[in-house]
Design a binder for this molecule. Structure first.
Ligand code: ADP
Ligand code: ZN
Length: 519
């Protein structure tokens, strides 16, 4: 008699029981049907096709865009005694031929392959001659233009269904906002496939967003509140990664850099230390972390604004896979927003793509500025609701207060207008506060009516005002130019006194996140 899925799970993978919907998914695929699986990072997606691969005759073909991850998965499977191999550009011709022979001889349970490889005429005719158990399409959001990691080759994967209609397909992703879900189903012709949607909530992760004052100091405070913990610090640029890692190391923190500009040996060595040793802080660009399976990452810190909520969710999802309390901490300021707007505008993408990226950034900024439960906000983005406030995010633990900022907002907007709609917040604040530095005098801004009309607020509070005016769409960033601020259409009603502006009160300066309220 054939071994049951549960028996295989225990014998081969060493797990006592299935998690969540794994059992149902395995049954469904093993029974020869198609599925679309939406499960958060760390949820246990791999098993959903690895087990059916063992249950069904023939070889499972796993499409994965991440070559580095492929090799890790294959190594891990081989250690379990599973006959797995991969085909990608890192193999030489001889090694590739050996894998092809194994495939045809029926000696492989799983074959991992990069999409561009799979789509070659040569490989497809090879598949025609092989016995196929199933197709697994990992990181399926890569098919979606709306998703955050679009790969054109993924679009061609419909050929799988057309050429081998009887082979079951399972598409998997950890990114699941409803538009991406719809696009995956449509693009991969999986409309009729059963959908398995797991909750995206990660209750053990505490979400916190702080406003940038002195990012390095704030990061250091945060890290010092987590002594000896392993974590990831994400930065936008390679240079920032290097600087931040050096700064932290000089402060006695075991921090290492990771980005694509480092040579392969250094990258591998740093990654190894992060995985094997305790308490290493990896300072990295977002390239780091894909496929890193380290269960006890205690925090993920963003010192720069991520590009979208989906990206943010995925990056923070690398924390706390072991279920223990973990932190997702982000430090963001207006400067980040200006920079990202400029990056989008100055990228090679077409106008439609740019609009899309601006919209995603809007959603993320909305999340950052939100006064409601962060978890509810994040999950809502994935079409999921959370019953009640979570009690485990900064907004729940320290409910923010709103203040009526209508007057300051009008002053800020007037100042933008009177100075010609081309200056950044720092200069505008200087003018409002009556500064008479060289730049203010050089432009004659000390002679304007708005000069010195805002002395009632300190510079920090003004920064919060400008940041939120941009976040709420009352001011726009001139992203094609130098990043100056200009009035958005929506600001007219405020300037005419028809619309009040309620803003989030700056949080009192405090040592660190997670302390009790009321200080
Ligand atoms: P994902 O691809 O969804 O991010 P993985 O497939 O890499 O997740 O699984 C995450 C971790 O959970 C792995 O360490 C895996 O061994 C473990 N895991 C998966 N399924 C189970 C299970 N049923 N019981 C215990 N651990 C599991
Ligand atoms: Zn909450």
């Amino acid at each position: 008699m054939k071994e049951s899925p549960e028996a295989l799970l225990r014998r081969v993978f060493g797990h006592a029981a299935f998690r969540g919907e794994q059992a149902a998914i395995v049954d469904h695929i093993a029974g020869g049907q198609d599925a679309l699986v939406l499960m958060p990072t760390g949820g246990g997606k791999s098993l959903c096709y690895q087990l059916p691969a063992l249950l069904r005759e023939g070889t499972a073909i796993v499409v994965s865009p991440l070559i580095a991850l492929m090799q890790d998965q294959v190594d891990a499977l081989r250690q379990l005694g599973v006959r797995a191999a991969c085909l990608n550009s890192t193999l030489d011709a001889e090694a590739a031929q050996a894998v092809e022979r194994q495939l045809l001889a029926g000696e492989l349970d799983l074959l991992y392959v990069a999409p561009e490889r799979l789509l070659t005429a040569r490989f497809m005719s090879l598949l025609d001659r092989a016995r196929l158990a199933l197709f697994a399409i990992d990181e399926a959001h890569c098919v979606s233009q709306w998703g955050h990691d679009f790969r054109p080759e993924y679009r061609e994967l419909t050929v799988l269904h057309e050429r081998w209609p009887d082979v079951p397909r399972i598409a998997l992703t950890a990114t699941a906002d409803p538009p991406t879900q719809r696009e995956i189903a449509e693009r991969l012709q999986l409309q009729d496939a059963r959908r398995f949607v797991n909750s995206f909530d990660r209750p053990n992760i505490r979400y916190t967003v702080v406003h940038k004052e002195n990012a390095k100091r704030q990061l250091l405070d945060f890290l010092q509140a987590h002594p000896g913990a392993a974590g990831i610090v994400y930065c936008l640029s390679r240079r920032k990664v290097d600087e931040t890692a050096q700064f932290l190391a000089a402060q006695g923190i075991d921090a290492l850099p990771y980005h694509a500009g480092l040579d392969a040996a250094t990258r591998a060595a740093n990654q190894r230390r992060f995985l094997r040793e305790e308490g290493v802080v990896m300072v990295a660009t977002i390239a780091f972390g894909m496929g890193i399976d380290k269960p006890d990452v205690r925090f993920v810190a963003h010192v720069d604004l991520p590009k979208s909520i989906e990206g943010y969710y995925q990056e923070t999802g690398r924390a706390g896979r072991d279920g223990e309390p973990s932190d997702a901490w982000m430090c963001y300021g207006l400067g980040d927003l200006v920079l990202l707007r400029q990056m989008i505008e100055q990228s090679e993408s077409g106008p439609e793509r740019k609009r899309l990226e601006h919209r995603k950034l809007d959603a993320l900024v909305g999340y950052c500025e939100s006064m409601r439960c962060r978890r509810q906000g994040l999950l809502a983005n994935f079409g999921e609701s959370h019953p009640g406030a979570c009690g485990n995010c900064d907004n729940c633990l320290q409910p923010p207060e709103a203040w009526d900022a209508t007057e300051p907002a009008r002053k800020a907007l007037s100042c933008v207008y009177r100075t010609g709609q081309r200056f950044g917040a720092a200069h505008l604040i200087d003018v409002l506060r009556g500064g008479d530095g060289e730049r203010v005098r050089q432009f004659g801004h000390d002679r304007l009516g708005v000069h010195g009309i805002g002395t009632e607020l300190d510079a920090r509070t003004w920064r919060g005002v400008f940041r939120q005016l941009v976040a709420h769409g009352l001011l726009e960033v001139d992203a094609e130019g130098h990043g100056g601020l200009r009035l958005a259409e929506a600001s007219r009603a405020v300037l005419r006194g028809e619309q009040p502006v309620m803003l989030r009160k700056p949080v009192a300066r405090r040592a660190r996140a997670g302390t009790t309220r009321g200080e």
